[in-house]
Design a protein around this ligand. Structure first.
Ligand code: ADP
Ligand code: MG
Ligand code: MG
Length: 889
């Protein structure tokens, strides 16, 4: 295999091999944009290295060959004493992992070549500044020295010189700092800073490889569900210098606003600076628009390049660039991260610009983003004290207790507190705290700061650069304008959509997108209108494309009506057990405990009209659309009194010598019916088979309700679903009785009801014998919750809290199988059962009614295996519609 690609050899579609950064550097090179020459070491090389723990011999040779070629192109050798070629060694995986991996700049500088660089540039200060940066970055990321030691030494140098910023340090100061830094390296790493440039490069490459398995990187991947076996590529890129004086600098830019999607000039620029100075907020950046005054020629060129990139990538791009003495260089681009709202707006804007079509627009948004837009927001009307305003970096409304360090954020959130992580700025060490927090607030840094980028990626509320707030992390407090002090533990609220910061708890209101789905959208803020418009159009695209129908899990008319407003095309699961709670519980208790035919029939007779009324309302609310009613499912004990409580009552009555015959009888019955493992006990169809008349009563209620709706000129479309079937014989018995009841109702009312009868497939045996079961079922609905429990053999109620975290941490699953369908196990059973069922009965209707019906990834799977519909909770319906549309385009 080829381990190294020159920038001229790659392209943007080689992200698997070259990583995102490398693939896009190659793409820009081939577009003719000014990219400093270099080459990329592949992810394959990284994987080989990580697997074997050593560098493959072929890799070393290829690197040497490419370095030679680079030296020829540049007309100088790496680290050459009188005129050194310097390079950066940059990580870059397939998926961008902001701030997670390590990059080292200025490789090739040594005690000798620093002199040569100074002479060539005619600038001593610059050369020593570059050298101290190299030792600092190399020391920290390659040799593992605590970065704070360098920072402290730098601070000390500034203090000694009585200056505020690093640019005011002169060559002599920096030279002293280099000596200091080298000492730090020697003491902390137990070795000298390497003077051989090739050794520097090789060590840096290895360090990048190894950073793939660093704790921070692993944590980020788990969060973002990025597979652990991709490896990272390494880019070796010849250096250009933004720290060569005021006519030099470095910056970041977006081709559109990543928060709103609006076109314009968005970015930050910093004069006389190198690389990460911008993102880290070392000095205050200026707005990108100001570059026009500073260096018009470079500014114009940058604007033009940005347009080229947008038209080429057909999407919002973000960019890193450096200006070296008036010459512009492109150092990175990628399709930029954006907020959920911006994703919808950008997708429709690009359609309007004729750059992409509807199908492509659907690929530019996700169900997860839509779900995010359905979160509530702060109430603008609420009388609260606004104390600051920063940059709206990542939307959402977050309320919590202020904490000033990551450790406390994690600790408090573990004990159930909601916290807002407040920092001057964040860095990768804050990641745990950012994950634990409801939201993140910083007083420094712009839209491209670490806090902003990472929070957007996580979908977490973030306000950054709220400069009026004086954050004192040491004393764990912040001072707001006017002098009020927020101590650790005081509640604050932050609005990531407006950038506003409030004292105390601000009440929240529903999102405009939900208001839109509810049909209650009133023209509010202009911001909201634009978003709603975009969501409306994207949903229309999705509805046009999708093959899967989307139904709701709803048990009552109110939920059904909401589901309809959200676009439900029927009810996929109406659970009847809720209809037996409350006042009716006593009736059910009597039914279960009945020891004579007469008592049983009496209770059934009382339940019938109540059930019927439930269904009349439901069929009315879903008129014209299918409603799948599941006959009673839950374990019996849920309807009976608690065994301990009852025992106490009986014992008490006994000791007081009070009459307690009834309690005793009840207790005996409860004992008789007590189950060790009720989830695998007397439930579902089993219950229907042992309690005579229960299921037929429910079927009668459904049939009579349907007949009543027909008489009222309605269009009821009921489907009767039998739960927990394991063998076709169970279904046949229930079916026979049901058919008879339906015939009776039809005869009595003269209505032609056309009720269909089907079953849930939620036991492995049902799935394995689906071909037989389909003989007695007109439809299957996959109950993927129970199917997951029974296929894996774990009880959802118990395992999620006990060992799932450990499993997730160990990477046994990337995500809980209760959240996203386990394609290989449960999923393959679903696919096989669907196939076998249809082989028996070609017009068998197939759906899914577990939680998975509203999970984006699972929806794609159900589309692929050819189901007819998914059913999910009303609130997830828009997400399912969108994902079904995405799956089909
Ligand atoms: P990250 O993935 O964290 O953004 P990068 O590899 O992009 O890391 O590098 C960090 C910083 O160094 C960026 O600001 C980048 O523009 C800058 N940089 C990287 N390579 C060079 C180079 N060859 N010349 C000048 N600046 C560079
Ligand atoms: Mg970068
Ligand atoms: Mg079930």
């Amino acid at each position: 295999a080829k381990f190294v690609y020159d920038f001229t050899e790659g392209n943007k579609d080689l992200k698997d091999l070259l990583g995102g950064k490398g693939a896009n550097l190659a793409e820009m090179t081939n577009l003719g944009l000014p990219v400093p020459p270099g080459f990329t070491i592949t992810t394959e090389a990284c994987k080989t290295y990580l697997d074997s723990g050593e560098e493959p011999a072929a890799l070393r040779d290829e690197v040497s060959a490419h370095l030679d070629a680079l030296e020829v192109t540049m007309g100088k050798k790496l680290g050459q004493a009188d005129d050194p070629l310097l390079v950066s060694v940059r990580s870059g995986a397939k998926f961008s992992m902001p701030g997670m991996m390590d990059t080292v700049l200025n490789i090739g500088l040594s005690d000798k070549s620093v002199q040569g660089l100074a002479k060539q540039a005619g600038d001593d200060r610059f050369a020593w500044d570059s050298y101290r940066r190299l030792i600092q970055m190399f020391g920290k990321t390659v040799l593992g020295v605590d970065g704070d030691l360098f920072e402290e030494a730098l601070e000390a140098a500034k203090t000694a010189k009585k200056v505020a910023v690093d640019t005011e340090l002169e060559a002599a100061d920096l030279k002293k700092l280099v000596t200091k830094f080298k000492k730090i390296v020697k003491t902390e790493a137990g070795r000298d800073f390497p003077q051989d440039p090739r050794e520097q490069m090789d060590l840096a490459i290895k360090a990048v490889f190894e950073s793939w398995n660093g704790e921070r990187a692993k944590l980020y991947r788990r969060q973002e569900r990025i597979p652990h076996d991709l490896g990272t590529a390494v880019n070796v890129c010849s250096m250009v210098f933004g720290n060569l004086g005021p006519d030099s600098g470095t910056g970041v830019a977006f081709t559109r606003d990543p928060a709103s999607g609006h076109q314009g000039v968005y970015g930050d620029y910093l004069q006389n600076a190198q690389g990460e100075d911008v993102v880290a907020g070392i000095r205050n950046t200026v707005a990108l628009a100001d570059l026009e005054q500073i260096d018009k020629k470079s500014y114009d060129q940058l604007m033009q390049i940005m347009e080229t990139l947008e038209n080429h990538y057909l999407d919002l791009c973000d960019i890193e660039f450096t200006i070296e003495r008036g010459q512009l260089w492109m150092l990175q681009t990628r399709v930029g991260k954006r907020t959920a709202g911006a994703a919808f707006r950008i997708a429709t804007q690009l359609v309007d610009q004729g750059l992409i079509d509807e199908a492509e627009a659907l690929q530019r948004v996700t169900g997860a983003q839509l779900a995010q837009l359905m979160f509530p927001r702060f109430d603008d009307e609420a009388k609260v004290e606004k104390v600051g305003r920063g940059i709206a970096a990542s939307p959402g409304a977050a309320v919590g207790k202020a904490v000033f360090d990551s450790y406390t954020a994690v600790k408090w959130s573990r004990s159930g507190e909601k916290v807002i992580l407040v920092r001057r700025e964040t860095n990768p060490d804050d990641l745990d705290g950012m994950i634990a927090a409801e939201g993140i607030l910083t007083s420094r840094g712009g839209k491209t700061s670490h806090a902003a980028v990472v929070a957007r990626g996580m979908g977490k509320t973030c306000v950054c650069g709220a400069e009026e707030l004086e954050v004192d992390t040491k004393r764990r407090r912040m001072t707001v304008p006017g002098g009020h002090v927020v101590e650790e533990g005081d509640v604050i609220s932050i609005d990531g959509s407006s950038g506003k910061v409030y004292l105390g708890e601000v009440p929240v209101v529903p999102s405009p997108v939900v208001e839109y789905f509810e049909g209650r959208m009133h023209a509010g803020a202009e911001d909201a209108d634009e978003l709603v418009e975009a969501v409306h159009r994207i949903m229309a695209f999705a509805d046009r494309k999708r093959r899967l129908r989307v139904r709701a899990n709803a048990d009552n008319a109110e939920d059904a009506l909401r589901a309809r407003r959200f676009g439900a095309q029927g009810i996929g699961l109406c659970r009847t057990e809720h209809m037996f709670l409350g006042d009716r519980r006593e009736l059910v208790e009597r039914l279960i405990l009945a020891d004579t035919e007469a008592v049983r029939e009496e209770s059934l007779k009382e339940l019938l009209p109540l059930q019927k009324q439930d269904f009349v309302q439901l069929f009315e609310s879903m008129d014209g659309l299918p409603v799948t009613v599941r006959l009673l499912d839950p374990p019996l004990h849920e309807f009976l009194p608690d065994i301990t409580e009852l025992s106490v009552r009986v014992a008490l009555a006994e000791s007081r010598q009070e009459p307690h015959e009834n309690e005793l009888r009840l207790l005996q019955a409860v004992h008789r019916l007590h189950e060790q493992n009720p989830m695998l006990g007397l439930r579902g169809v089993r219950l229907g088979l042992v309690i005579p008349g229960l299921f037929t009563m429910q079927v009668r209620a459904i049939a009579e309700a349907a007949a009543e709706r027909k008489a009222a000129k309605g269009d009821p479309r009921a489907e009767i679903m039998i739960p927990l079937v394991g063998t076709v014989q169970e279904l046949e018995i229930v079916r026979e009785e049901a058919d008879q009841v339906i015939a009776e109702v039809e005869a009595a009312t003269g209505a032609k009801l056309k009720l269909s009868i089907g079953t849930m497939i939620e036991l492995p045996r049902a799935a394995l014998t689906a071909g037989q079961i389909a003989e007695a079922a007109e439809f299957f609905s996959f109950g993927t919750n129970d199917l997951t429990q029974t296929v894996w053999g774990f009880s959802r109620d118990d395992v999620e809290a006990s060992f799932f975290t450990a499993y997730l941490e160990k990477g046994i699953f990337g995500v809980s199988p209760f959240e996203t369908i386990d394609k290989d196990g449960v999923g393959s059973l679903v696919a096989a059962a669907a196939k076998a069922g249809r082989a028996t009965r070609p017009d068998l209707k197939l759906g899914v009614c577990g939680e998975h019906g509203g999970d984006p990834e699972s929806v794609h799977f159900f589309h692929e295996v050819g189901l007819d519909y998914v059913s999910c909770s009303p609130f997830r319906i828009p997400v399912a519609r969108l994902e079904a549309g995405r799956a089909a385009s």
